[in-house]
Design a protein around this ligand. Structure first.
Ligand code: NAP
Length: 304
């Protein structure tokens, strides 16, 4: 099969190459998916699991990409809940070969059925952003109706979903980003927008919850706008700064079949819009993900 691999950490996205790889093996509880569409998360090549297996052993050359949609091609021994030929979408495992390939073997629990009226490109853009946004706001952030949430990167993959889910939950939503993200963020439903390159973050006053996707200096300063009893949830890395009288939480998104199905239902009934950007074939993956070559919305690779 054709696949994109990376071998050299220092080379970044520029080190992606299209190669022939053996067809993946369906281990116990695995599903081999004929990938139709795949997503790639900015920063993924920094994650340890891109380079090593669970035991920390080098596993290069590895196939990146942790979001996929496609059709079940094969089931491993003992795999239940899915059938060959079924449309599915979900996450590829962190420490195994991923979704920038014609076929990928993933654990069955990482996948959910993809309804027939949701396009494969949307199915590949939703899993990480959707699950991360949900888990950040509700599982870790304990967002409640009437509260105020600051969503960093409000027009980005995670932020765009978080804005919509928070609005639906009855929260007041402040979005951040760059000037060119303002219109998209307002369109998604933010009540107000902070241009981080022109406005002062501290001028938002106090909020109940911050969803930080940046870390660094912005993440540190974000702790200062959390009101007493509130929470800073960050997906960028372990926090360096804590709210005065509140919690700071870093987490990594977890697979959740039931939540994926719930997010898909929101897409079907129009409550949730998934921003799909440029769509490229597998051969163009390195160029598509090159720094500076990013479109508004998630860049998706189509393998069929
Ligand atoms: N821990 C986890 O489980 C987890 C899960 C998912 C993602 N992540 C991480 O979260 C981060 C965000 O992911 P994503 O998919 O949402 O990325 P994304 O689609 O690139 O979205 C980021 C958004 O923030 C904006 N932005 C970036 N840097 C900015 C800055 N300095 N000032 C103002 N705006 C800025 C971007 O605007 P432009 O359009 O101008 O670039 C974009 O709209 C990534 O680092 C990813 O690796 C972690």
């Amino acid at each position: 099969m054709k696949a994109i691999t990376v071998q050299d950490r220092a080379a970044g996205v520029g080190g992606m190459s299209l190669v022939d790889r053996p067809h993946p093996h369906a281990a116990e509880n695995d599903v081999v998916v004929r990938v139709h569409a795949a997503g790639f998360t900015p920063g993924e090549l920094e994650w340890p699991g891109t380079w090593t297996d669970r035991a920390g052993r080098d596993r290069t050359p590895s196939v990146p990409g942790h979001e996929l949609s496609g059709v079940v091609a094969e089931l491993g021994y003992g795999t239940t809940g899915l059938t060959v030929g079924q449309r599915v979408f979900g996450l590829a495992d962190w420490t195994r070969n991923g979704s920038l390939a014609e076929f990928a073997a993933v654990e069955a629990r990482n996948l959910a059925p993809l309804p027939a009226d949701i396009d494969y490109t949307v199915g590949a853009a939703l899993p990480i952003s959707g699950l991360t946004a949900w888990q950040a706001l509700f599982d870790h952030g304990r967002l409640e109706p009437g509260q105020t949430v600051l969503v960093h990167g409000a027009a980005g993959g995670v932020g765009s979903i978080a804005v919509q889910l928070a609005r639906e939950a009855g929260a007041t939503v402040i979005g951040t980003g760059r000037a060119h993200n303002r219109e998209a963020a307002l369109d998604l439903g933010v009540h107000s927008f902070v241009d981080l390159e022109a406005d002062r973050l501290e001028d938002v006053g106090e909020v109940d919850l911050v969803l930080d996707v940046f870390g660094g200096e912005i993440g540190d300063r974000s702790a200062g706008v959390v009101r007493a009893g509130g929470t800073l949830v960050t997906i960028a890395g372990p926090p360096n700064a804590w709210p005065r009288d509140g919690r700071a939480i870093f987490f990594v998104v977890e697979a959740d079949r039931a939540r994926l199905a719930d997010l898909a239902q929101r897409v079907r009934d129009g409550r949730l819009r998934v921003l799909v950007g440029a769509v490229h074939p597998l051969e163009e993956a390195a160029a598509a993900f090159a720094p500076g070559r990013r479109s508004q919305g998630k860049t998706i690779i189509r393998t069929i």
